[in-house]
Design a protein around this ligand. Structure first.
Ligand code: FES
Ligand code: FES
Length: 258
């Protein structure tokens, strides 16, 4: 049972009392200023002066940045340069017909054929020399028309798929592609046919390929040779076996088969 004390509070709420020997009444005075000076011997005056100096330097830097870099001195505007004409006249002999055209100096043979002369047989696949769809024969040599500028071929003889044969009289290679079903969508076919005609001419001239064993005596034209020599002409439909068969027949070889 709890009892009330003289102040009316319960005994458990009263401040505790400790024995005399536990309570020290003497707290030695601490000189905080002296201690601080020992740790950091900088006077308050010095600190205030240093702070003010730093603030002045920072503000001066900001003011310089806000003003921006010093503008360059104004010089006289140069008079406009006279540029050379960007189109030049070019003569191209395409499929036996002479064409005199004005072309932009940056025009490729492929664009000159397709856009200037309206010969759309040569196809633009990659326009980067990687697919062979644009292959034409220039002076008898197969060429990626997308990689060659028209101005480089002034006076040259160019043969496209339209010039190899006619609908009534197909070129033997065109007929062989038909016979062996050497195409599906047909997009790569003009390039494949021009390339294979040029490739057989190279073999006739004795030009070796990367897989030719004896470069002093080119031949026979094996399937391996044909595939290597035609490796610059891609076919997304993968008609390769039939393309090789068509070329083998025109080449008049066994293609390496017994
Ligand atoms: S379009 Fe010329 S190589 Fe592809
Ligand atoms: S036939 Fe379609 S890309 Fe060759």
């Amino acid at each position: 049972m709890q009892t009330e004390d003289s102040q009316g509070g319960s005994p458990s709420r009263r401040a505790p009392t400790y024995p005399e020997e536990f309570v020290s009444t003497h707290v030695p005075p601490v000189d905080l200023a002296a201690r601080l000076e020992k740790i950091w011997p900088v006077s308050r005056r010095t600190m205030v002066q240093t702070g003010a100096a730093l603030a002045t330097v920072t503000l001066a830097g900001c003011a310089t940045q806000a003003a921006g870099p010093t503008p360059p001195p104004v010089t006289a505007v140069p008079s406009p340069v006279e540029l050379p004409p960007s189109t030049v006249p070019v003569t191209l002999h395409v499929n036996g017909v002479r064409h005199r055209i004005d072309v932009d100096t940056r025009t490729t043979v492929l664009d000159a054929l397709r856009e200037n002369l309206g010969l759309k047989g040569s196809k633009k696949g990659c326009d980067h020399g990687q697919c062979g769809a644009c292959t034409v024969l220039i002076d008898g040599r197969r060429t990626n028309a997308c990689l060659s500028l028209a101005v480089m071929h002034d006076g040259d003889q160019i043969t496209t798929i339209e010039g190899l044969g006619t609908a009534e009289k197909l070129h033997p290679m065109q007929a062989s592609f038909l016979k062996h079903d050497g195409f599906q969508c047909g997009y790569c076919t003009p390039g494949q046919i021009c390339s294979s005609v040029g490739m057989l001419a190279e073999v006739k001239m004795g030009m070796p390929s990367h897989v030719t064993q004896d470069i002093t005596a080119v031949g026979p034209l094996t399937e391996e040779e044909i595939r290597e020599r035609m490796s610059g002409n891609l076919c997304r439909c993968s008609a390769y076996p039939n393309i090789v068969a068509a070329i083998v027949e025109v080449a008049g070889t066994s293609g390496g088969r017994a």
